[in-house]
Design a protein around this ligand. Structure first.
Ligand SMILES: NC(=O)c1ccc[n+]([C@@H]2O[C@H](COP(=O)([O-])OP(=O)(O)OC[C@H]3O[C@@H](n4cnc5c(N)ncnc54)[C@H](OP(=O)(O)O)[C@@H]3O)[C@@H](O)[C@H]2O)c1
Length: 245
C-alpha cells in the first residue's frame, strides 16, 4: 500500500509506542487520526508534531472500557478524515496482578480495553471500507502471550486472545483485501510505574542481550503496511528472541 494520502487511526496514539507509529506514518505522507483516553495534552502535542511532519491529523478521545464510547470512534474518524485505510490497535491497560490476586473487575476491563475494543473497532473499520478498497489492521501484541507467566494475569490472557483474534480476522477479511497482522513487542519501553534500571536488567534475559526501541516496531509496521500486501494472519515478533526462551 502506498501510504501517501491514506488515513490511519491509531488507538492510544498520544504517547509512547503509538505516537512513534503515528509520526512514522506522517513521515510517509499518511494522515492520522489519534485516539487517546486521558492524555489530552500529550495528544494535542502529537497533533502539532504530525502537522509539522506535513500530515493532516485529527483527535478523538474515548474510553475503550466503555462499549458505547468505542462505537463512536470509527464513525467520528471517517466523518473527520473522509476515509480510513489503516487501523492500528495500540492502546492497552497493564494492571499488575497475579493469578491469585486477579479480580473479576480487572479481568473484565482488560478484556474490554485490550480485546473487545480491538474487535469492535476492527469490525466497524471493515464495515466502513468500500468493498473495492484495500485495508490494513495491525494489532500490538506481547511476547508474554506465547509463554504466559504468573504476572499481569488478565492483561496476558487478553493478549493471548488478541493474537487469536488477529488470525481469525485475517481469515475472515482476506477475501475483502484487508490484511490483519500482529506485531509482538518485547521489552521496548519501560512501563510508567517500573524502575528504568529494572527494565535495563531485563536485557539479561533476552537472547539479543538488549531491550528494543520504538523504531524497531515502526520498521515492522512499515513493512506490513507498505510491502506486505500478500501477508495476512502473520505475527512479527520484535522481541530480540524473547519468545524463544
Ligand atoms: N512498551 C512495551 O515495551 C510493550 C511491550 C509489550 C507489549 N506492548 C504493547 O504495545 C502497545 C503499545 O505499548 P505502550 O507501552 O505504548 O502502551 P501504554 O503506554 O501502556 O498504553 C498506550 C495507551 O493506551 C491508552 N489507554 C489505556 N486504557 C485506555 C482506555 N480505557 N481508553 C482509552 N485509551 C486507553 C492510554 O491512552 P491515554 O494515555 O490517552 O489515556 C495509553 O497512553 C500496547 O498494546 C502494549 O500492550 C508494549
Amino acid at each position: 500500500m502506498n501510504l501517501k494520502h491514506k488515513v490511519a487511526l491509531i488507538t492510544g496514539g498520544a504517547k509512547r509506542v503509538g505516537k512513534a507509529l503515528a509520526i512514522a506514518l506522517a513521515q510517509q505522507g499518511c494522515n492520522v487520526v489519534i485516539h487517546y483516553g486521558r492524555s489530552a495534552e500529550a495528544a494535542q502535542q502529537t497533533i502539532t508534531e504530525l502537522n509539522t511532519a506535513g500530515a493532516k491529523a485529527w483527535l478523538i478521545s474515548a474510553d475503550l472500557g466503555d462499549e458505547a464510547a468505542v462505537e463512536t470512534i470509527i464513525p467520528f474518524a471517517v466523518e473527520q478524515a473522509g476515509r480510513l485505510d489503516i487501523l492500528i490497535n495500540s492502546a492497552s491497560i497493564f494492571p499488575p496482578e497475579d493469578f491469585m490476586s486477579a479480580a473479576s473487575a480487572t479481568w473484565d476491563r482488560s478484556m474490554m480495553v485490550n480485546l473487545k475494543a480491538p474487535f469492535l473497532l476492527s469490525q466497524a473499520f471493515a464495515r466502513t471500507l468500500p468493498k473495492d478498497r484495500p485495508g490494513k489492521i495491525i494489532n500490538l501484541l506481547d511476547a508474554s502471550a506465547m509463554r504466559p507467566q504468573n504476572h499481569h494475569f488478565s492483561y496476558t490472557i487478553s493478549k493471548v486472545g488478541l493474537e487469536g483474534l488477529t488470525m481469525a480476522m485475517a481469515h475472515a477479511l482476506a477475501g475483502r483485501n484487508i490484511q490483519v497482522n500482529g506485531i509482538v513487542l518485547g521489552a521496548i519501553l519501560p512501563n510508567v510505574n517500573d524502575d528504568p534500571a529494572l527494565f535495563e536488567r531485563l536485557a539479561q534475559h533476552i537472547p539479543a542481550r538488549r531491550t528494543g526501541s520504538p523504531q524497531e516496531v515502526v520498521n515492522a509496521m512499515l513493512y506490513l503496511l507498505q510491502t506486505g500486501d500478500y501477508v495476512t494472519g502473520e505475527i512479527i515478533r520484535v522481541d530480540g528472541g524473547k519468545h524463544l526462551v
